[in-house]
Design a protein around this ligand. Structure first.
Ligand code: RB5
Length: 146
């Protein structure tokens, strides 16, 4: 499984912790930055990660900012992206099983590192259930075309 990850300055430390965590597990990562505390604009990072997912260069994307919210708003503007801001393990599992989310957004200022890493693991291990949920994703695709 290939993961692309990105963050703005508000999520950079959490992003770095996730990179270390996933590398220790042997998961292939591409870290597109940011790499310092200098203030940057989150939409550019959301766009880069999302487009890599859409082009098939990554199976899934992870985005970190202060809240996770700005990143999710930006990523969900890219057709084909289903980005979810998650702060608990139940939602992490449900958003893969029901929404087939392909981008996970996390807020460094909202949750601690331990919970964030548990959420990432839960999200990566869960699988889309298909069935009635597929019909709903098809309806989401129709909304994108409006
Ligand atoms: C940056 O200060 C902050 O606004 C950003 O990280 C994010 O929380 C936006 O949604």
């Amino acid at each position: 499984m290939k993961i692309t990850i990105g963050a703005d300055h508000g999520g950079r430390k959490l992003k770095d912790a996730i990179v270390r965590h996933l590398e220790e597990k042997g998961i292939t990562m591409t870290d597109i930055g940011t790499y310092s505390d200098e203030s940057v604009d989150f939409p550019s990072y959301a766009e880069e990660v999302s487009e890599r997912v859409i082009r098939g260069e990554a199976d899934l994307g992870i985005l970190c900012c202060g809240t996770g919210i700005g990143m999710s708003i930006a990523a969900n503007k890219i057709p084909g992206i289903r980005a979810a801001v998650v702060s608990d393990c139940f939602s992490a599992q449900a958003t893969r099983e029901h929404n087939n989310s392909n981008v996970l957004c996390l807020g460094e200022r909202v949750i601690g590192e331990g919970l964030a890493l548990r959420i990432v693991d839960t999200w990566l291990e869960a699988e889309f259930l298909g069935g009635r949920h597929k019909r709903r994703l098809d309806l989401l695709e129709k909304l994108e075309q409006k």
